[in-house]
Design a protein around this ligand. Sequence first.
Ligand code: PAF
Length: 287
Amino acid sequence: MQTIRTLEALRSGIAEFRDAENGGGAAIALVPTMGALHAGHIALIEAAKRPGRKVVASIFVNPKQFGPNEDLSRYPRKETADLAMLKAAGCDLVWLPPVEAMYPADFATNISVSGISDGLDGAARPGHFDGVATVVAKLFNQVRPDLALFGEKDFQQLAVIRRMVADLDFGIEIQGVPTQRDDDGLALSSRNVYLDAEQRAAAVALPRALGVAAKAITRGDDPETALDAARDTLTAAGFAVDYVELVDAETLTPGSDARRERRLLAAARLGNTRLIDNLAVLPAEDA
Ligand code: PAF
């Protein structure tokens, strides 16, 4: 596995992978990450691996997607462990750009994907999805992959990236990978390490409340009643609820049309730790 820290070395590494005349000719799959890797990230690497493909992972804790009162400085950084996990998983190249290379002092561009970025996490974290779209566009231009993979746990992020890729003609296939969960159902997240033992025990209320609400909505119960019940369950478990909403799975607009695939999304805080999760609500005939 190559570990690369300059754009020049990245470009020549990618060119070698693609060089058909010298036995290359591979397609490139990119897995962008902020490090602090867990089994959810490894599932992305596994999903990326195919004969004839090279898998590139990036590790970059992107300052532009953290708000002024968010956890940038305490965000877990575990480079040595991350590299060992990526190597064991069969990643071919890791791109570790220094922050000065990503955002030199005169950096002036912002990518804003309006509409789909505005509600839900976008409302709770102003500017967050601009930061995500800007860094992902930059990573796409640096690596120039054929395919990029993102976890469905960050469902709004995935929708924002799909919209950006379509709008800006990136010509990159975007693959969403199902959320990986602990045995009790809690979605894996780099932020779970912030939870103390009591909070970790309480956190399971999040996937459980979503599961109950998704089942109720699928069997035809009133969605607002099901959403209110989920909010109450979370509050009773000690969460401060940011939102629990039912949206159209593609547009993320309020999801009243039961003939389309919908998604139940939630964000809630336990102490200083903000957790997000989501579940599919399939159209009645597919459920
Ligand atoms: O999902 C993440 O880890 C980040 O938001 C991403 C996509 C790597 C952009 O910084």
